[in-house]
Every structure is written in structure tokens, then in C-alpha cells.
Design a protein around this ligand. Structure first.
Ligand code: NIG
Ligand code: FE
Length: 404
């Protein structure tokens, strides 16, 4: 059935905007008194409400009362929300001055979440995941990437990815799964870094492919995880198997972004430690630079050089990194808004980073703006000026149940 939604005080379609580089707010098209025609979940037309009403006399009208700013749904292209348990203990240590790596060495960190996640069964993981997905949906996030990486054995990684698949079938959000079996060498693996990666390539990834559990592979390149050489070998082999590649890069030290660009990864994420050389490299590549302000806020560390990346010409996306350790908050809009004040990002750059540029990081071409033919992933804010959204720094949430 054809539905005309509107009138909206403003519609920001985010169509026809550049994929890479800095953006000014005057590049944002703003349609006043706008409407949008939707059929079978796809956008048929966007424009002035009255014009669309005349052009679509048979359409059912979903009348919007009061102020409303319509945006494409946000795309969170980097999360770790398939986990059990909490790491509040780590956080308390951290705000007393212990570093991420010190906490990991003291028995906290990723391994603690592995232990807690291994203890949960698939049904519990699915339930926990669905709650987090619902929260994201209520905050305007309609596409959510979810990584494994708290299983770290064939059986446990499969359990996580199966939970992701089960949750995906029970929600209106689009879920994109990524295999992060290379999050760290598990403490109970008897062998070297390269042996663990070989084990994943031989014993896990073929099953992931066969069961269609994920078509993306991620690795954490860092002193506490995997080195650049081993990661390159691993990623090239995963690529040959048909996986898209994404990398946890330059979080504390550099080298990951270089690997990401060399293997033509779809994205290089984190980048807090990236310097001029890495910025230049990313800007001249097809790899999306993903900044994760939630991890900077959670760890009390500097943001990735988002302004410099954009000025150098990179495609910059913004994601939450929602995870129990470094980024427990999970409020994507709040994180993006707070970072934009520190990094001096324009509203256009923030909205682009949360929508079509983040879709590019997931290789999704059917969403991220309100063009004709795109998926009708929509969100509405109860204000009369789009600038209110970042101004309220995440406190303003999209109107619930607008399209029910
Ligand atoms: O993206 N950096 C590595 N992985 C996660 C943290 C995971 C954890 O601490 O549990 C991240 O920040
Ligand atoms: Fe992460």
C-alpha cells in the first residue's frame, strides 16, 4: 500500500552529496513542508507535501502533527553488542587511573567478556542482543553492524554469530554480522598468533560461510592483539574466501590503517592514534575511516582526528563501538554530537557520517539517504529546525512510533 507521510517541517534527504571530504551545511538540501511517499518499504517520492498529495490521490495519508524533522535512519557500522555480563569493575579501575592495557593485564579487558559471554547460551545472548537492538531502534538507528569476538573458539564464535542471526530475524532493524574471531589470541589456545589465525581460517570461516552467518571479517591490530604482518596474511586469505574486510586500526598505536588500506578493507575503524601519514593514506583510499567517539569517551582518551581526516579528503563515518569494555554507553547520536563540538565537524559532516557514509562502510548501497528507490528507513525529531538535533547533544530522541 502506498503511504504519504507528512507534512514535515523539514526533510533532510542527504541525497547527491559527496562520499568523501569536508562538507558545509549549505550543501544540505532542506525541504520545508515536505512529504515522502513509501510503498513496500521503499521510497517512491520525496518533495513538497501538497504537491505529493495531488500527485498521489490514491495514497493513504499518515498525517504528522506538530513539528517534525525527517532524516534517514542512522547506520551504526561498528558495534560489539552480542555479549553477556558487565565490565563495570574495569570502568571503576579506569577512572581511578588504570589504563586499558593495565586492566587487561590484571585479568579484566576483553578476556573477562569472553568468559562471561561463553557462560551464556545462545538463547540468552539473542535476548540480550534484541534488547540492545530495540534501544538503538528507539534512538533512530535502523541498521546495526554486530561483531562476534567474545567467543574466541570455533564453537563459541559460532554460538555468537548464530545468536546474531536469530536476533536479526526477530527485529525490523537490519543487522550486519561480522566475524571478529581475531579479537585477541584466546588465553586457552595452545599456540602462536599465526597458528590461531590459521585455525580460524581452516576451522571457523568455512562454517561461517556455509551457514551464511557473516560476510565480513575483522581483526584487532594492536600490541595486545595481532601484529600487522600476521594480520595481513590472515586478511588476504579471508578476502580470497570472499569476505569483506574491516580492521580495528590505530587505536593505541599505528600500523592497522596501513594494513587496512593495503588489503583494500571496506573500513578502518578507531584511528585515535593516526598521524599525518595515516590520514593521507586513508584519504587517498577507498577505505572508509570510521571514528568511534564512544570508545574515546569510555576510555577518557582523545578522539580520532576527524577534522583532519575530512580536510584531507577521507570518507568519515561515525559509529558507536558499543561494547561492554571501552564503549559501554551505546548512544550513537550523543557521542557524535559531543565529538562534533570538540572536533569542529559541521552538521552536514555528522549527518553524513551517521548515514550514507556509514552505509558505505558496510558496502550497503540501498540506504543512507532518502532518494527514490532507497529503503524507507526513517526517523523523525519533534523539532522545527534540524540544527536542534546536535545542539541538544543527544538528549533529543526521535519521536517514538511515528510510522506505526
Ligand atoms: O573496539 N579494541 C578492541 N575491541 C573493542 C573493545 C572490546 C572490549 O574491551 O571488550 C573496541 O574498543
Ligand atoms: Fe570495536
Amino acid at each position: 500500500m502506498k503511504i504519504l507521510h507528512g507534512p514535515f517541517t523539514q526533510i533532510l534527504p542527504l541525497t547527491g552529496m559527496p562520499l568523501k571530504g569536508a562538507l558545509k551545511d549549505d550543501q544540505l538540501q532542506v525541504i520545508s513542508n515536505g512529504g515522502i511517499v513509501v510503498e513496500n518499504g521503499l521510497i517512491l517520492a520525496v518533495g513538497g507535501f501538497e504537491t505529493l498529495r495531488k500527485q498521489n490521490p490514491s495514497a493513504q495519508i499518515n498525517e504528522i502533527e506538530g513539528d517534525g524533522v525527517l532524516l534517514p535512519g542512522f547506520v551504526d557500522c561498528h558495534t560489539h553488542i552480542c555479549f553477556a555480563g558487565s565490565r563495570a569493575k574495569d570502568y571503576a579501575m579506569r577512572i581511578q587511573g588504570k589504563t586499558y592495557l593495565e586492566i587487561a593485564k590484571a585479568g579484566g579487558g576483553i578476556w573477562d567478556s569472553v568468559t562471561q559471554t561463553r557462560a551464556a547460551d545462545e538463547a540468552l545472548l539473542t535476548e540480550l542482543l534484541l534488547k540492545r537492538i530495540e534501544r538503538h531502534l528507539s534512538e533512530g538507528v535502523t541498521t546495526i553492524e554486530v561483531k562476534s569476538g567474545y567467543g574466541l573458539s570455533v564453537e563459541q564464535e559460532l554460538k555468537q554469530l548464530r545468536a546474531v542471526k536469530a536476533a536479526a530475524s526477530q527485529t525490523s532493524a537490519t543487522i550486519v554480522a561480522t566475524c571478529l574471531a581475531a579479537h585477541m589470541v584466546p588465553k586457552d589456545f595452545n599456540g602462536s598468533q599465526i597458528e590461531y589465525l590459521e585455525h580460524i581460517l581452516t576451522d571457523l570461516l568455512p562454517i561461517v560461510k556455509k551457514e551464511n552467518l557473516a560476510n565480513r571479517v575483522d581483526i584487532f591490530i594492536e600490541q595486545s592483539a595481532f601484529n600487522a604482518d600476521n594480520a595481513t596474511t590472515y586478511l588476504n586469505k579471508a578476502k580470497q574466501m570472499g569476505f569483506d574486510i574491516t580492521v580495528h586500526a590505530d587505536q593505541f598505536t599505528t600500523s592497522g590503517s596501513k594494513v587496512a588500506v593495503n588489503v583494500d578493507a571496506v573500513s578502518a575503524d578507531h584511528l585515535e592514534a593516526s598521524g599525518d601519514e595515516e590520514i593521507k593514506l586513508l584519504a587517498s583510499s577507498n577505505t572508509v575511516a570510521v571514528t568511534l567517539p564512544g570508545a574515546s569517551l569510555g576510555l577518557g582518551m582523545p578522539y580520532a582526528p576527524a577534522r583532519k581526516l575530512l580536510d584531507a579528503g577521507a570518507c568519515l563515518a561515525i559509529a558507536s563501538d558499543w561494547n561492554p569494555g571501552s564503549a559501554p554507553m551505546g548512544d550513537l547520536l550523543m557521542q557524535a554530537a559531543v565529538m562534533s563540538a570538540a572536533e569542529k565537524l559541521s552538521t552536514a559532516e555528522v549527518f553524513a557520517g551517521l548515514t550514507y557514509r556509514a552505509a558505505k562502510a558496510l558496502n550497503l548501497t540501498d540506504r543512507g539517504n532518502l532518494d527514490v528507490g532507497m529503503k524507507a528507513d526513517l526517523q523523525v525529531y519533534p523539532v522545527n529546525d534540524y540544527r536542534e538535533i546536535l545542539y541538544q547533544q543527544g538528549r533529543l530522541k526521535p519521536t517514538a512510533d511515528f510510522f506505526d
